[in-house]
Design a protein around this ligand. Structure first.
Ligand code: FE2
Length: 321
C-alpha cells in the first residue's frame, strides 16, 4: 500500500526491512523533554470551561485564552508524552523542593479567594518512579528536597488548574513540584536555584527514559482588581490592570517571540520587577533551565487578562529555531 504514496528515489530501489524502519523511528518518539508550556492557572479559566469536575457553573468567558489552551491540548495529544511535570507557585514549601510522590492524589481543590469559582474534584495518577528519581536527583545536586507521600494532602489549585487546562482527560501521569519560596514575600531571590532544580529535572527524565512535557503554572503581570463584577465572567469588565503592566507584558512577549531563550535570563527578572509577575515563584525559570535554555524562540499561542492580570500561553519546543 505504501508504494502507492511513497516512491523509492532513483538508485535506491531496496526497501527497508522492518527492523531498519524501527531504527528510523521518528525523532518525535525519542525520550526527553519534548515541549514546555507557560500554562497560567487562574481559576476563572476552569470556571469558564465548565468541566464536570468543577462544582460552579458559568456562561463562559476568557475565550481567547481557552482557545489557546485548546491548541495546547491538540499539540500535547500529538506529542503523546509519558508524563506531564508541573511546577506551581501555590504549593509553597518554605524548606526545600517537594515532589508529590502519592500514587493517586484524589480530593477537592478549592481556590481560597475564589471558592465560588473553583471547587474542583481531582483524581489523577502520579508517575511515582520519575517523582522518586527527581527527589534523588535534587539531593544529588545539593538541593534540600523531599518526597511528599501523605495521600491526604490537598493538591493546590495552581497545579490542578494548569493540568486541567492542558489535559482535562487526566489520562497522562503527572509529576508535581512545589515552589520552594513564598512569591508573595520574595522577589526573584530564588531564581538561581531553579537552574539546579532544572538540571535535576532533566537528569531524572533522562534516567527514567520518559517523554516529558513541562508546565510552568504562572501568570505574567500580577496586579489585579479587588472588585468582581456581579457576573464574574462579564467580559465588559475585563481589561489590563493598567497600561504599564500591559506594556511590560508585551515587552517580555516580544523577546519570547523573537529571541532565543537566553535573552530571558535578564528579561524575566526585569519583568518581575516591573509587574510583580508570578514568575518570581520560579516556575518559568525551572522550565527553561530544565530544557537547558534552548536556542529557540517561543510561540505565544494566546494572551489575555484575568481580573486585570496578564496571562500568556506559550510553547517552547527544543530544537526549533
Ligand atoms: Fe496564582
Amino acid at each position: 500500500m505504501s508504494r502507492v504514496f511513497h516512491l523509492d528515489p532513483p538508485g535506491r530501489a531496496r526497501r527497508a526491512e522492518p527492523a531498519e524502519r524501527v531504527a528510523e523511528a521518528p525523532t518525535a518518539e525519542k525520550a526527553g523533554i519534548v515541549a514546555g508550556y507557560l500554562a497560567p492557572h487562574p481559576p476563572h479559566l476552569i470556571y469558564a470551561d465548565n468541566p464536570p469536575q468543577n462544582e460552579p457553573r458559568s456562561t463562559g468567558g476568557w475565550d481567547l485564552l481557552r482557545w489557546a489552551y485548546q491548541e495546547v491540548r491538540r499539540r500535547v495529544r500529538a506529542l503523546a508524552p509519558d508524563v506531564l511535570l508541573v511546577h506551581a507557585p501555590h504549593w509553597i514549601t518554605m524548606v526545600g523542593h517537594h515532589v508529590n510522590c502519592v500514587p493517586n492524589p484524589k480530593g477537592v481543590s478549592v481556590e481560597p479567594i475564589f471558592p465560588h469559582l473553583f471547587r474542583y474534584h481531582y483524581d489523577f495518577r502520579t508517575d511515582v518512579a520519575l517523582a522518586e528519581e527527581l527527589v534523588a536527583r535534587c539531593e544529588a545536586n545539593g538541593l534540600v528536597s523531599r518526597g511528599m507521600r501523605e495521600p491526604g494532602v490537598r493538591v493546590d489549585y495552581a497545579t490542578i488548574g494548569a493540568l486541567h487546562m492542558v489535559n482535562p482527560a487526566w489520562d497522562i501521569p503527572v509529576v508535581s513540584i512545589s515552589a520552594n519560596n513564598n512569591p508573595y514575600f520574595y522577589a526573584d531571590a530564588e531564581l538561581d536555584e531553579m537552574e539546579v532544580l532544572g538540571r535535576a529535572t532533566r537528569e531524572a527524565i533522562e534516567r527514567t527514559g520518559r517523554r516529558a512535557v513541562l508546565l510552568a503554572s504562572n501568570t505574567l503581570s500580577h496586579l489585579h482588581f479587588d472588585r468582581e463584577a456581579e457576573l464574574p465572567e462579564d467580559m465588559s469588565a475585563e481589561r489590563p490592570f493598567n497600561n504599564d503592566q500591559y506594556r511590560a507584558d508585551m515587552k517580555l512577549l516580544d523577546i519570547v517571540r523573537n529571541q532565543p531563550t537566553s535573552a530571558l535570563r535578564t528579561a524575566i527578572p526585569e519583568h518581575i520587577a516591573a509587574t510583580e509577575a508570578e514568575t518570581k515563584s520560579g516556575s518559568l525559570n525551572w522550565l527553561l533551565a530544565s530544557m537547558d535554555w534552548p536556542a529557540t524562540s517561543g510561540e505565544v499561542l494566546g494572551y489575555g487578562t484575568i481580573i486585570g492580570t496578564g496571562n500568556a500561553v506559550i510553547e517552547w519546543r527544543p530544537g526549533r529555531g
